[in-house]
Design a protein. Structure first.
Length: 452
């Protein structure tokens, strides 16, 4: 299977000096283990199962560390080493870019009631966009997947609708109570008949604030609002890009002088990684170009974004660097992308649109020495062929790798739809708790250690 490294191409450590991996997690830590230790344990498992020297042992440094790379911003760092006899050699330093709290802090600081009303208003505003996504020319997701997304959004909206109804009921009770106090008895029941309703509303507000279910819905609302506002209005986008850039610069300037730097991003972290490597604003390209050798995107919501925000990855973009780009996706995962307009396997034919100009030299320019020129916005073609953008160039993943281990596409489809199986499959790539489970990391390590 694709997930298992072939023994004919044994996995060996990178040539010294050793490499660095920057892990950019998804938004929200729920449902899948994205801790630095958890990621490293799964990388070590992939190495142990494919060691090319009998007796080789792999381990994670006993003393993990945190390194400051920006004001009040730290990265958890772990070192993965190999031991052969008495010899110990570092293979990777793994840096985690933790951005969740920074991105969601605006919405997490709000109370449940205020957040619920903002969520409801946001969902109402986006109704035309959701309806427009069912147009035949919107090919990022299939019709069935769009209905699944609509169903999941409807469930999320229940919190806002419920809050709005409670507020309306409360206001109605207040009006009736004032009428009683003024002596307006016409058509108003005695006050003591309202006691049960008042108590019900009060207890419901308490439950809405403290119940575990409500807290989970509230957390989901914070994640949804943070992601939507990031994509739609650029809220906190500059902070996320700036901090990831600083982490990359911190790793580049490390006294360890890493041989190569790899970025492994999951879920919404892939969006931040793409925004950093292919930025919108011209002035961001004036920075020193990083030595990013490989970009691995896992469960990227690229196709979902181009369905609801079709111009997001086709506007004003330059390129800081052109790494080898590997995309790992699952056909079961509703949020993942194969960077195509169909569900077939094969090479990606959709990607990030950038514009280039020749360097000062007379030689044919290469990715490392190009600069961005005037802003040109590309419009995606309706055909299934690789689109052209005039003076623009589309950068798609170099390789699509389907990940099929884990749950299979079977069972009752109606039950799977109602149980949000497509969303739950977003955590298919590794587990919520480390237990030596099957993961996608053998694929990742194969591409990092055995580049084509």
């Amino acid at each position: 299977m694709e997930q298992l490294l072939e023994k004919s191409e044994p996995l060996g450590p990178p040539s010294p000096p050793f490499d660095a991996i920057i892990f950019v997690p998804g938004l929200g830590e729920e449902g899948i283990d994205q801790s630095a230790d958890g990621i490293c344990m799964r990388i070590v498992d992939a190495m142990r199962s494919n060691a090319n020297v009998r007796g080789t042992r792999y381990s994670i440094g006993a003393n993990g560390r945190d390194e400051d790379f920006a004001p009040e911003t730290r990265s958890s760092v772990r070192t993965i080493s190999t031991k052969t006899g008495d010899s110990e050699t570092p293979i990777f330093d793994v840096y985690k870019f933790a951005y969740d709290a920074n991105l969601t802090k605006e919405h997490e600081s709000r109370g449940v009631l205020a957040k619920s009303l903002i969520l409801l208003a946001t969902l109402i505003i986006y109704i035309p966009r959701v309806v427009a996504s069912f147009s035949p020319i919107k090919k990022g997701k299939s019709i069935g997947e769009k209905f699944q997304l609509l169903y999941s959004i409807s469930i999320l909206s229940l919190l806002g609708i419920y809050t709005a109804l409670l507020i309306a009921t409360s206001l109605s009770m207040i009006v009736r109570f004032v009428q009683l106090q003024r002596g307006d008895q016409a058509g108003v029941d005695p006050w003591w008949l309202e006691v049960p309703a008042i108590a019900t509303v009060a207890l419901t507000f308490v439950g809405l604030t403290w119940s575990q279910l409500t807290q989970r819905l509230s957390r989901a609302g914070s994640l949804y609002l943070s992601a939507v506002h990031y994509l739609d209005a650029g809220v906190r986008r500059g902070a996320m890009i700036g901090q990831l850039e600083k982490l990359i610069e911190h790793v580049e300037d490390s006294e360890k002088c890493y041989g190569k730097i790899h970025i492994v991003a999951y879920s919404f972290g892939t969006v931040i990684a793409l925004d950093t490597l292919f930025p919108v604003h011209v002035d961001e390209l004036s920075r020193s170009r990083p030595r990013i050798a490989t970009l691995v995107t896992i469960g990227s919501p690229f196709d979902l974004i181009r369905t609801y925000w079709p111009s997001y990855f086709a506007r004003n973009r330059g390129a800081v660097v052109r790494p080898r780009w590997i995309n790992i996706y699952s056909p079961l995962d509703l949020l993942s992308s194969n960077f195509r307009n169909d569900k077939l396997g094969g090479n990606p034919n959709r990607g990030v649109v950038v514009v280039w100009t020749e360097s000062d030299s007379d030689e044919t320019p290469t990715y490392g020495g190009l600069e961005q020129i005037a802003v040109v916005v590309g419009t995606e073609s309706d055909s299934d062929e690789t689109p052209t953008y005039g003076s623009l160039e589309q950068i798609a993943p170099d390789e699509n790798v389907p990940y099929t281990d884990g749950p299979y596409e079977g069972g009752n489809r109606v039950f799977g739809f109602l149980a949000l199986r497509g969303l739950r499959a977003h955590s298919i790539y590794w587990g919520e708790v480390y237990e030596g489970e099957k993961t996608c990391f053998p694929i990742v390590l194969n591409r990092l250690c055995n580049p084509i």
